[in-house]
Design a protein around this ligand. Sequence first.
Ligand code: FES
Length: 569
Amino acid sequence: MTERTHGLEHGLTNYGDRDFSLYLRRSFAQSMGYSRAMLSKPVVGIAYTPSGFNNCHRHFPELLDAVKRGVFAAGALPVAFPTISLGEVFLSPTSLKYRNLMSIDTEEMIRAQPMDAVVLMGGCDKTVPAQLMGAVSAGRPAVMLVAGPMMTGRHRGERLGACTDCRRFWARYRAGDVTEEEISQVEGQLAVTAGTCAVMGTASTMACIAEALGLVLPGTAAIPAVHADRLRAAEATGAAAARLIGSNRAPDQIVNAKSVENALRALLALGGSTNAVIHLAAIAGRVGVKVPLEQLNKLSDTTPVLVNLKPVGNGYMEDFFASGGMGALLRELKPLLHLDCMTVTGETLGERLASDAACYVDRSIIASRDKPFEPQGGLVALFGNLAPKGAILKRSAADAKLFEHTGKAVVFSSLADLAARIDDPALEVTPQDVLVLQNAGPHASECMPEAGYLPIPKKLAQRGVKDMIRVSDARMSGTAFGTIVLHVTPDSASGGPLGLARSGDRIRLSVKERRIDLLVDEVELKARAAAIKPTQMKPGRGYAKLYAQEILGADDGCDFAFLRPATAR
Ligand code: FES
């Protein structure tokens, strides 16, 4: 037999006799009922991630049928295989801890199994970056199919969608404006269909970023999970994967400095999730491309916010889809984009935008560039003695009245300390103070949870206080809002200066100057640093040990050092 490198003959199990390996593989494959004719076709693997612990992927069985239909119609054999699935609200301490594990699983299963191309089926927050990171490293032709967003629910005539409205109602409940009975009614109306959170949270942002990068089919990022168009997109994605076979359009060829810049522009114009900065840095890092926060600021100054969706605006993802979706947004951004970037279909971004130029756009949801919702991008990076390697503020979701502010720090040394004291009636705090949370970054034992949205202390919430400056090395859900400084880097657990802040210190925020500073003199800070005991975790075994040894800071996307190309380490 002569060597072939496609279909089931790809990457044979090593028994020391190549022909025996192939004979055995075919024999076992035939035990699944495939004919020889089917087994001679090229293979499209489908990285399949349904799980009883992932509500967002509930509709994946139906989507899988449609993907397979598309693969068959294009002349290849679809073969689904499972990988880890990450359901955002079912993982402890936080799904970010397991994103890199899922990326390793995805990469290795793509590389180890006989497939010529792969469809990545993901959606919930960390699944899309994990799959893209893995696929970039695997270097096999790949196309992503996202789950699509949930539809909204209804409560007393009002539309509700996870999870901006979850937080809004919970804040009102804490303040005593909403009864026990009403909050339990709301609970049943926040997540009413399959699919990802209904607002421009992390999952939606990552889906849109994947489209801006050119790794999902044009126009498919925002299609609601339960819409028939989502099934048609699944069928088309299967066919596209089959057409990728033999091409040089693997994700590591599509992700480059220019396409990453396009994705950053899209993120800023969407008013998208702060988490996306970390995930995009991790995806880009897999091809050795750095995403400096200074670049984010430069792009933010020249990229307007064009999308009016919660948590920044009023609409939901179903409105974004009906208003023209990513095609409409990217056409508005066209003069700012690198149009020569290749996409997964074989068209450049410029060709793609020329071919869907005549679509309807609802300007109440997607603004034109000359009449933007905000003249500058939704995110801004801050530097200063509190965050030498940067921090992020979602200014589009913050209160501009707090942008130039100096206040007294009220420091919580850990999540446990926060939980124990935030609602204590004896807590000394005023609305002008700055709430600080330490030891919640990537090197802390909680592995950078979405705890940066510190609750307003109950006694202030009950007085009607809706926003305060909050500073931490944690992340924040993409669905949350407020004047919240996140991802302070280096984080406290790795010795960052955030860990040196003490209650009563003064902290100065200046969005205009892009600074966040601890107004304490150098001598005192040095004395505090000398007295501090390291809090970095030291687990003894398993994945936790690997995580503790290899985790990088937020500025490097919280990837593992050894997963990046040698040149980027
Ligand atoms: Fe899955 Fe929000 S819980 S996207």
